[in-house]
Write a protein that binds this ligand. Structure first.
Ligand SMILES: NC(=O)c1ccc[n+]([C@@H]2O[C@H](COP(=O)([O-])OP(=O)(O)OC[C@H]3O[C@@H](n4cnc5c(N)ncnc54)[C@H](OP(=O)(O)O)[C@@H]3O)[C@@H](O)[C@H]2O)c1
Length: 194
């Protein structure tokens, strides 16, 4: 049974993935978010909810106690968030991080140039890549509501394949990464529907 800490748990992708964890695994979940009253626990036996900001080092480190995996589903000042996560994981003795970024951070999407709007994604990925954590960075394409859950991945250094990715496919991959020991460790993966 894997213990997963979900940061930014009120995000659209995080909520979708929480449902998938509950439906397809026996993982226990800690949902960490600002203004926690916005979320109701979907399963009080397996889901704990904690009010907190990722930039609050004390609260974040405390939330990491007795966890196996950190799944970060954030937006905004992502480099500061990444630094805070790395520091808290060190303090808590945790190694495994699944971090949601975006396609385009390495100018890897053929025919597309995403400029400064992606800087927080680039900078946070760079911080994580230089850390000693067992990270997997995901660089998804545009999210869709399609029901399909097939996905293809590309490695850093390869051109991004495809364009869109369904939330179902992305959540399927996130759940697999969090619950399968050693999968795609220290890799940054482009993700789209196949
Ligand atoms: N939509 C797309 O097509 C697409 C494509 C590629 C990548 N992405 C990226 O994938 C990521 C996840 O997507 P999403 O739809 O789940 O995003 P989202 O709905 O914007 O969720 C991001 C979450 O991060 C939380 N957050 C921000 N700063 C925080 C902090 N300091 N402490 C705690 N929580 C904090 C926000 O909390 P609050 O609710 O409290 O503000 C929000 O719930 C985003 O970065 C998004 O840009 C999206």
């Amino acid at each position: 049974m894997t213990r997963v800490l979900i940061l930014g748990a009120n995000g659209g992708l995080a909520r979708h993935t929480t449902d998938m964890f509950l439906k397809t695994t026996d993982a226990t979940l800690t949902l960490y978010l600002r203004r926690a009253a916005r979320l109701k626990s979907p399963d009080s036996k397996r889901v704990r909810i904690i009010d907190g900001d990722v930039l609050d080092a004390v609260a974040l480190t405390a939330a990491m106690k007795d966890q196996d995996v950190v799944y970060a589903n954030l937006a905004g000042d992502m480099q500061r968030q990444a630094e805070a996560i790395i520091e808290a994981m060190h303090a808590a003795g945790l190694k495994r991080l699944v971090f949601i970024s975006s396609m385009g951070i390495y100018s890897e999407v053929p025919g597309e140039r995403y400029r400064s709007v992606l800087d927080p994604y680039r900078d946070s990925a760079a911080s994580i890549e230089t850390s000693d954590l067992d990270y997997t960075i995901l660089r998804p394409g545009w999210f869709t509501q399609e029901r399909r859950n097939d996905y293809q991945v590309t490695q850093k250094g390869e051109p991004f394949k495809g364009h869109d990715v369904s939330l179902n496919a992305l959540s399927t991959l996130i759940v697999k990464l969090c619950t399968t020991r050693g999968l795609h460790i220290r890799q940054s993966l482009g993700v789209s529907n196949g």
